[in-house]
Write a protein that binds this ligand. Structure first.
Ligand code: C2O
Ligand code: CU
Length: 480
């Protein structure tokens, strides 16, 4: 397996940067009024129990999958001491969607060396962006993330302690089983009718997931951590979430149950009104060993579905109790994000004058890898490390056009910057401005996005189907 960025040493991409990327580090102390949020994460192999009788061997942070949930308030200093106990290929922490200083970005071979067994690395950055993010290893990232080296990062506004129910639901396929949430989150949650609810959906897999929410109207209030402008009320739509992406959903708890389905599976995440069936809900969560699973998938679907805790749930809490929410959702139309919400002024548009223009044509085929032609996922016909680096100057306005000529979906991801979507397939965005860090370029699609190069250093630009990235579909962005 190839690690992201293995062939580039920091500062080499432009033939010598004025300051090595390894010096572009976060501050040691928080800004005035901020607190230090310290976390210790130790990567190690462990066996985790997904549901009674179902154990998988995983690569974990602190023995759990997902790793600990990191939370902070805006303006805090996040300080994470990463240790590696026994992951022989090494480990790093990348802050997905978080625009940290380049030296904190966690890309082995580019911004730091991978942390070997027995080693450690301390990450520090200021929690400037509010919203829903996640972290994951970036060394042999396809295997590392799939095996469990990931967790969530949620930053709330200063002084605004979340009210109501705030649930972070990272969705991940672990050992063939779809896993949702943290150790302390069961599949059934109670909420008093009238409670404000926020669901933070995170796709940590390599392929998109489709979510439906039944039982209440709701709003999609944030995408990839950024609030949407004027998001309208939604009902009976499918929400397709790109690999690596995040959706925040908000609603007021109704007097009846609410059901979140993932990929239209029979199993689901359920919110039940407080007081309606407390015993059932308690029984249900007691039966759910952490981390909770919502569905079974993979080699032996019949067997695992029988093991799945939600199947038991449906039998106890479900029967007759939630008819409306259990309606068929498979044929609900997909929400077109580029037309959702209300337009608002943006700092640049497709008519802006761009300092740099890059076009990336994604495909698959033979390409030179390590000097030999091999099957690869390609960018402009080339595979990493042979794809030319995108070189920018600090302050440049950059346009990136990503064209998918192949047959696979490529969730395109840029480190260190959020991009503004200018157009998708020639149609400009007519709804809320869309600021994304991962956008799903489906076969035949063309996405035109823009960003201000305002975070100097060396950055990855890659497909977040990490198996594609490991097969060549990545390149570097470097500041002159
Ligand atoms: Cu979420 Cu380069 O990664
Ligand atoms: Cu891809």
């Amino acid at each position: 397996p190839v690690s992201h960025g293995h062939s580039a040493s920091a500062g080499s991409a432009t033939g010598g940067t004025p300051r090595p990327v390894t010096d572009l580090r976060g501050p040691a102390t928080p800004p005035p009024g901020g607190a230090v949020r310290h976390f210790d994460l130790t990567a190690r192999m462990a066996t985790v129990t997904l549901s009674p009788g179902r154990k998988v061997s995983a690569w974990t942070f602190n023995g759990q999958v997902p790793g600990p949930s990191l939370t902070a308030e805006q303006g805090d200093l996040i300080e994470v001491r990463l240790r590696n106990a026994d992951i022989t290929s090494g480990v790093t922490l990348h802050w997905h969607g978080y625009d940290v200083p380049s030296g904190e970005d966690g890309v082995p071979g580019l911004t730091q060396d991978a942390v070997p067994p027995g080693g450690e690395f301390v990450y520090r950055f200021v929690a400037e962006q509010v919203g829903t993010y996640w972290y994951h290893t970036h060394e042999v990232s396809d295997i590392g993330v799939r095996m469990g080296l990931y967790g969530t990062l949620v930053v709330t506004p200063k002084g605004a302690a979340p009210t109501g129910l705030d649930l972070t639901l990272p969705v991940h396929t672990l050992g063939g089983v779809l896993v949702t949430g943290d150790r302390d989150q069961s599949l059934v949650k109670q909420a008093a009718p009238g409670t404000p609810v926020r669901l933070r959906l995170i796709n940590t897999d390599n392929t998109p997931h489709r979510f439906t929410l039944a039982g209440t109207p709701y709003r999609l209030v944030a995408v990839d951590g950024t609030d949407l402008n004027g998001p309208g009320t939604l009902a009976k739509v499918g929400l397709r979430l790109a690999a690596g992406g995040r959706y925040d959903l908000a609603f007021t708890m109704p007097p009846d149950p609410v059901v979140l389905k993932i990929d239209d599976r029979a199993d689901s995440v359920r919110l039940v009104p407080e007081g309606t069936s407390p015993t059932t809900a308690q029984d249900a969560s007691a039966a759910t060993e952490s981390p909770s699973t919502t569905a079974a998938q993979g080699d032996s679907p019949t067997t695992t579905q029988r093991d799945s805790p939600t199947t038991a749930l449906s039998a106890t809490a479900g029967a007759g109790a939630v008819p409306a929410a259990d309606s068929q959702t498979a044929d609900w139309p997909e929400l077109d994000l580029t037309r959702y919400g209300t337009p608002a002024p943006t700092p640049y548009t497709s008519r802006s004058r761009f300092d740099r223009d890059f076009t990336l044509v994604l495909d698959r085929g033979l390409a030179l890898t390590n000097g030999k032609p091999a099957y690869a996922h390609t960018v402009n016909g080339l595979a990493f490390p042979n794809i030319p680096t995108e070189v920018v100057r600090d302050g440049d306005l950059v346009r990136l056009t990503v064209v998918n000529r192949g047959r696979d979906t490529h969730p395109w991801h840029l480190h260190g910057h959020r991009v503004l979507v200018l157009s998708r397939n020639g149609h400009s965005v007519t709804g809320s401005p869309l600021w994304l860090d991962t956008f799903d370029v489906r076969p035949g699609e063309v996405w035109e996005v823009a960003f201000r190069a305002d975070n100097p250093g060396l950055w990855m630009n890659h497909c977040h189907n990490l198996s594609h990235a490991d097969l060549g579909m990545m390149l570097h962005l470097a500041y002159q």
